[in-house]
Design a protein around this ligand. Structure first.
Ligand code: AHR
Length: 493
């Protein structure tokens, strides 16, 4: 065994709960995410479905215990007019998806379809509303339509469309990337627009207290976060967003498969920057909101590569490899460790787009390596964070090799998620367990000899969780031989 990395796990009474919403997802009208992806139409007799949504996808998402789902975009959200997506499907107008390939959509998947799907999944819906090309009235009508119990024009319209009870949607995004596709606004201008929208949003939901999410910064745009925190009264804003994709060159993102070690490390360097970005955005939020009233939602994140060559121009679709396992494992560890302020995150995008957990092709559906990360990490949902410190972390190409987070829950016991990003070396990790009473661990791993290993429609289980046994407990120490580019989740009940 090579160099030894040391980790100690603390028990801290004041440690935060890791919100289950960190394990959230994102469904955008983009490529084959919705149409010919999760939604195959309610008249489809070939692919088994529930109200048009594939049953195999519903089962896979239920297994993940997906806590929330953001919809309908992304950039698409600021072109979307929700009223065109309710009522008889054959009467709905079309919409041209101007950001993503110029595809004409028939609006057959709309508000009812999405919110009913969330009910089936047991997931909280997160509606991302149109500010860029919408109006305040359009947004408050949407809140009233989905949430109002009593008699009102929008609640009556909802009833006419067959839904008596309101869905009580809690999470509302006020525009998306308003610095870019959501309107090319300055931070100062958007802060004022936000105040206007947010003023009229509550009041339709009875006891449901809505969460208004301000469109947030990208990567290291700290001025954006600072402006929102300074210029928006905090009683109008429950959360601020942040977007960060693991992209090392926006002009040439490289392929999702067939990349070399050089490119792998560039992706990892970018993925690991999440730690720095979150730390610095949180520091700004702490300065203006020391009591922690406003949450940070990283409502778009993931690896983003060049679309697969066979995909229509302007549309995104990529494969998913062990590199994505490393991205998801390290980024989720960062979110867990920042659970005090990071209360939601949404991996982009759930089906057939960027770092998807599910890919489909006709009747076939596969679970990607990232699906398995989400499945192994679900033990952290709503568990109490166990703060960790890590020393002697091997650095290769200036990047720390080992990433960790730990939690404790009544149902799942102690959970430790460990990632070794090193492309070539196994690493010995010694974890100090002196504060942990139960030391009988079992473990599952995601590993492969090849960093480009992935699941295909021909070989759907090439990457899947396997039992991991290369560890021992000696006194207070858990000694682990972490294989190269591997992820291991330990559990002790
Ligand atoms: O996820 C693809 C796009 O990335 C989203 O539509 C947008 O919000 C972001 O720029």
């Amino acid at each position: 065994w090579g160099q030894e990395v040391n980790i100690s796990i603390k028990l801290d009474e004041k440690a935060p709960i890791i919100s289950k919403h960190i394990y959230g997802h994102f469904a955008e009208h983009l490529g084959r995410c919705i149409y010919d992806g999760l939604y195959v139409g309610d008249t489809n007799k070939i692919i088994p479905n529930t109200a048009g949504v594939r049953n195999d996808i519903i089962a896979a998402l239920k297994e993940l215990r997906i806590p929330n789902l953001r919809w309908p975009g992304g950039c698409f959200a600021d072109t979307y007019h929700w009223k065109d997506g309710v009522g008889p499907k054959e009467e709905r107008p079309t919409i041209v998806n101007r950001w993503w390939g110029g595809t004409t959509e028939d609006n057959s998947f709309g508000t009812h379809d999405f919110l009913n799907l969330c009910e089936v999944l047991g997931a909280e819906p997160y509606l991302s509303a149109n500010v860029g090309s919408g109006t305040v009235q359009e947004l408050i009508d949407w809140v009233q339509y989905t949430n109002h119990d009593g008699k009102s024009p929008m609640a009556d319209w909802r009833r006419e469309h067959g839904r008596a009870q309101p869905w009580k949607v809690k999470y509302w995004g006020v525009g998306n990337e308003t610095w870019g596709c959501g309107g090319n606004m300055t931070a100062e201008f958007y802060a004022n627009i936000y105040r206007q929208y947010a003023t009229f949003m509550p009041g339709w939901s009875g006891e449901t207290k809505i969460v208004r999410i301000a469109s947030g910064a990208s990567e290291d745009d700290y001025h954006w976060t600072e402006t929102l925190m300074k210029n928006v009264p905090h009683h109008l804003m429950e959360a601020v967003a942040l977007h960060d994709y693991a992209v090392f060159n926006w002009e040439d993102k490289g392929p999702s498969l067939n990349f070399d070690e050089e490119v792998y490390y560039k992706s990892m360097e970018q993925a690991l920057k999440m730690e720095e970005y979150v730390t610095k955005h949180v520091a700004i939020m702490d300065k203006y909101d020391p009591d922690g009233k406003v949450d940070l939602f990283v409502d778009e994140w993931g690896g983003w590569y060049d679309a697969e060559p066979e995909v229509k121009k302007g549309v995104l679709y990529q494969q998913n490899t062990m590199r994505d396992v490393m991205i998801a494992g390290t980024v989720l560890n960062t979110f867990n460790n920042h659970a005090r302020r990071v209360k939601m995150a949404n991996l982009a995008q759930m089906v057939n787009v960027l770092q998807a957990v599910i890919l489909t092709e006709g009747e076939k559906m596969i679970k990607t390596p990232t699906y398995h990360v989400m499945n192994l990490y679900k033990v952290h949902q709503d568990a109490t964070l166990l703060p960790t410190t890590i020393t002697n972390n091997t650095a290769y190409r200036g990047l720390p090799s080992i990433s960790v987070s730990a939690s404790k829950s009544n149902t799942e016991g102690i959970n430790i998620s460990l990632v070794n990003i090193d492309a070539n070396e196994q690493i010995e990790v010694v974890i100090d367990l002196q504060h942990i009473s139960s030391k009988k661990f079992t473990a599952q791993q995601l590993a492969s000899n090849n960093i480009t290993a992935h699941n295909s429609f021909q070989n759907p289980d090439s990457v899947k969780p396997m039992p991991f046994k290369d560890f021992k407990v000696k006194g207070d120490k858990l000694i682990v031989n972490m294989p190269k580019h591997a992820l291991v989740v330990f559990n002790s009940k």
